[in-house]
Design a protein around this ligand. Sequence first.
Ligand SMILES: Cc1cc2nc3c(=O)[nH]c(=O)nc-3n(C[C@H](O)[C@H](O)[C@H](O)COP(=O)(O)O)c2cc1C
Length: 357
Amino acid sequence: MIPRLLADILESARWAPSGDNTQPWRFEVIDDHHLAINAFDTRDHCVYDLDGHPSQMALGALLETLAIAASAHGMHAEFRRCTELSDTHPRYVATLNPQDQPPDPLFPCIRTRSVQRRPMRTTPLTAAQKTALQHAAGNACSIRWFDTRAQRRQLARLMFDNAKLRLTLPEAYTVHRDIIQWRSRYSDDKVPDQALGLDAMTLRLMRWVMASWQRVAFFNTYLSGHLVPRIEMDLLPGLFCAAHFAILSARAPQTIDDYVAAGRAVQRFWLTATHLGLQLQPEMTPLIFGRYVREQRTFSRLPGMMDTATELSARLSRLMGDSLVERVVFLGRIGHGPPAASRSLRLSLERLVEREK
Ligand SMILES: Cc1cc2nc3c(=O)[nH]c(=O)nc-3n(C[C@H](O)[C@H](O)[C@H](O)COP(=O)(O)O)c2cc1C
């Protein structure tokens, strides 16, 4: 039996976002006021989870969500990382103590926050909205906005070209194949295909093509099979938004603690966007490939992929600022519009809470 207070808090905390909805964590009840979070990363099979950093950011988002959920139950959550464990399997112990503070106003947004991958309105953010978002990310982070028409066009073009890399990379194909749930509006542990931002016809074709790498390679080579998906998933959404934004930490993140802290800031930013009625989509893959390039690390068995990534990385650096790009922890787009009609759900608490060994 999970103690009532912990069950209530975890019922909300489990809605934290994670790359491809992997939910790289399990919970372990220690006693009524102590809980362990046993995390893991997917670096051994996911080309995007470079050094486990995206999973560590998701873990930060989970801790922040848990703290917000605890506040709604009159509790303050404190976290301690068990530093003797490997970074691939981080463990945190959460301690809950009663507190005299009002609930965090972001609490109601935990359940409604979601990715919007479709085009949004281009109505600019107001100065007050930008200030609230900067405030949400905290003093250790700064926000760079790319909101002029020219900047949105440049970022849209970068995302469009970056998507060609993603969609022609065999190492990414296996990831996409395993995390998309076809013919679905909702998914407990994957991304439903209807949340990808594609129209129904393209989705049907993609489902057929993605059944094998041979089909993908054939379509890409002879029929430019990546073109329509890139227009629908990257170019149009890149143009139709209020702004693209980069969240920069004060110095380039290095340790797991840096990435977890960045994830906490990102989640406050995202929940605040929800609070303001704004939609958001992360655009993380150019950052990830950029890091492969900076560190000269091979990510594909196909020749030529590194050259493509090098060219994209140079463009990303020019846009972000050569001296700043290593400090960018999160890249995304934001805007006004309705929330996504299709979204990822979460594993049930029964699946997420580990039984005593
Ligand atoms: C660290 C991190 C990186 C992510 N990167 C991307 C991304 O590059 N593109 C994207 O569309 N969504 C991205 N997401 C969003 C996840 O796919 C999404 O949070 C997850 O599928 C759960 O869906 P929900 O946020 O709608 O609940 C990212 C999320 C996190 C936490």
